[in-house]
Design a protein around this ligand. Structure first.
Ligand SMILES: Cc1ncc(COP(=O)(O)O)c(C=O)c1O
Length: 500
């Protein structure tokens, strides 16, 4: 008998099941000819004893291999490696060694600016406002996901489903949005998406025509501005102050242009983190009515408030069907959980389905069922309560570090909510230089290209939530080293030196 114990090594810590590992390993041995066609394998009980696994594990692997044509199974007899093995080697189309093209063999035009280089897992980085997914109830989500796979074995769910999203999730979201932010949405008003960016994209495609005027704030969210540009819209910018978008500027733009849409991130403005005041929300709703424009309300950051209760969304006071509301679970749970939603009048929702189907037949039905259950169990609400406490502590600690360590280079204001702090670099600082130095020290952070305001000054949107205080302290130490190397400040010791 072949030395199966040595030939077949299984890893109990690997993410794949033991049965999958065993079938892959046996297949590989058969492919290599180490176990030749016609070989009689040990029975499931014997092999299980040799490998110290359960008999069902071996039986499962045998069944999988038989289904793929590698083994022949006969009742009450040991399995035999098939004489007619499945085709192993594909016929090459062309002779010569395989070649991977590193460039397209034709001309094309990239539709938006290249993204900043993405940090590799080994780089440390400072993000621009992500949650700490380690705190999220991912185990409960995974459990619900597994359960959903059982529910979905019902024939109703096996095929394609409603492109508007899971009915159950829309019911749960309807209750959640009413309870947390006063948005009076029925399931018919809700459309689920893979993250809010998809909702923003679909809505822009639906309501904008080439040449339409779209008003955005002086500092804005570049991704969505690119979407508007792709729709052929002309962007006009309104000023921004500590109460949010300046209403008089929007009114003045309405006098000069036929404004089709105003894009807002009221809680909290991206990137500057200011909250749009309640009075301005009402004034903008009034202005939308007078000048007949749409308000696209991107409430990506509603869940986190530290000083006072949140101001309700414009959508909660919209009586005219002018507000298109977009939300997301990216900050509440994790950006990896791709789930967002649109709240809009039912005729808009009905028009979104056919648009979505052009790029994505439907959402992730399993994920939607799993999240619906998370909402029904109250797990999301409990998580947000806990997370808010962590994030408030982290915000305070991060502000303290900025005050004591980086005040020579950066000024900032303490945000009332959200997951990021907005800072302004000293006027003489050439940010790309500091970023390049930081990268050499192993720290990535935004080069500010996305956050350059009307005056050309560089801003920093510094996420404080995804790191523990100690992790933040370490990364800020590296940031300080990079700044000190490029713009030395006398008497400013590095944090490490200061601690000695
Ligand atoms: C202002 C704003 N809107 C929308 C999004 C998109 O979020 P997601 O697609 O992950 O829901 C982000 C992401 O950070 C954002 O900052």
């Amino acid at each position: 008998m072949l030395p199966y114990q040595t030939l077949l090594t299984l890893d109990r810590r690997a993410p794949t099941t033991l049965a999958q590992q065993l079938s892959t390993a046996l297949m590989s041995l058969i492919q290599q000819g180490i176990i030749p066609a016609g070989t009689r394998l040990p029975g499931a009980r014997t092999l299980a004893a040799l490998l110290h696994v359960h008999r069902q594990t071996v039986a499962g692997a045998f069944e999988e291999l038989a289904a793929q044509g590698w083994l022949e199974l006969r009742p009450a007899r040991a399995p035999v490696v098939s004489q007619q093995l499945p085709e192993v080697h594909a016929q090459p189309l062309a002779s010569g060694p395989p070649h991977v093209a590193h460039r397209a063999g034709f001309a094309f035009r990239a539709r938006s600016a290249a993204a900043e280089p993405w940090p590799t897992p080994s780089t440390q980085w400072l993000d621009d406002g992500s949650p700490d997914s380690r705190l999220a109830p991912l185990a409960a989500l995974a459990r619900n996901y597994r359960r959903a796979t059982h529910h979905l074995l019902h024939p109703t769910y096996l095929g394609y489903t409603d492109p508007n999203g899971s009915r159950r999730l829309r019911q749960q979201l309807s209750q959640y949005l009413r309870a947390t932010r006063g948005v009076p949405a029925d399931p018919e008003h809700i459309f689920t998406t893979r993250g809010s960016i998809m909702g923003l994209y679909l809505l822009a495609q639906l309501v904008l025509e080439p040449g339409d005027t779209v008003v955005v704030a002086d500092y804005g969210y570049r991704s969505v501005e690119t979407i508007f540009g792709q729709c052929g819209a002309q962007l006009q910018r309104a000023g921004l102050d500590e109460q949010g978008v300046v209403v008089d500027d929007v009114a003045a733009l309405c006098q000069r242009h036929r404004v089709r849409l105003l894009y807002l991130t009221p809680h909290h403005h991206y990137p500057t983190t200011v909250t749009l005041s309640a009075a301005r929300r009402m004034q903008l709703l009034h202005l939308a009515e007078v000048h007949d424009f749409i308000i696209l309300e991107d409430d990506y950051d509603f869940d986190y408030h530290y000083e006072s209760s949140p101001i309700l969304p414009l959508a909660s006071a919209d009586r005219q069907g002018r507000v298109l509301y977009v939300g997301s679970l990216s900050k509440a749970l994790s950006p990896a959980v791709r789930l967002g939603y649109v709240v809009a009048p039912p005729d808009i929702i009905a028009a979104l389905g056919p648009l979505r189907r052009l790029v994505d037949r439907q959402g992730d039905a399993l994920l939607e069922e799993a999240v619906a259950e998370l909402l029904a169990e109250g797990e999301l609400t409990r998580h947000l309560k806990r997370a808010r406490q962590h994030y408030q502590q982290r915000r305070d600690a991060c502000c303290q570090l900025l005050r004591t360590e980086l005040s020579a280079w950066l000024s900032f204001s303490v945000p009332a909510g959200g997951l990021a702090i907005w800072g302004c670099w000293r006027a003489d600082i050439d940010l790309p230089l500091v970023v390049a130095h930081g990268r050499r020290l192993g720290l990535a952070f935004s080069d500010g290209m996305r956050h350059q305001g009307p005056t050309g000054a560089w801003g920093l949107r510094l996420g404080f939530a995804s790191l523990t205080v100690e992790e933040m302290r370490q990364r800020m130490e590296v940031l300080k080293q990079a700044l000190q190397a490029c713009y030395p400040v006398a008497g400013t010791a590095s944090m490490a030196e200061a601690l000695i």
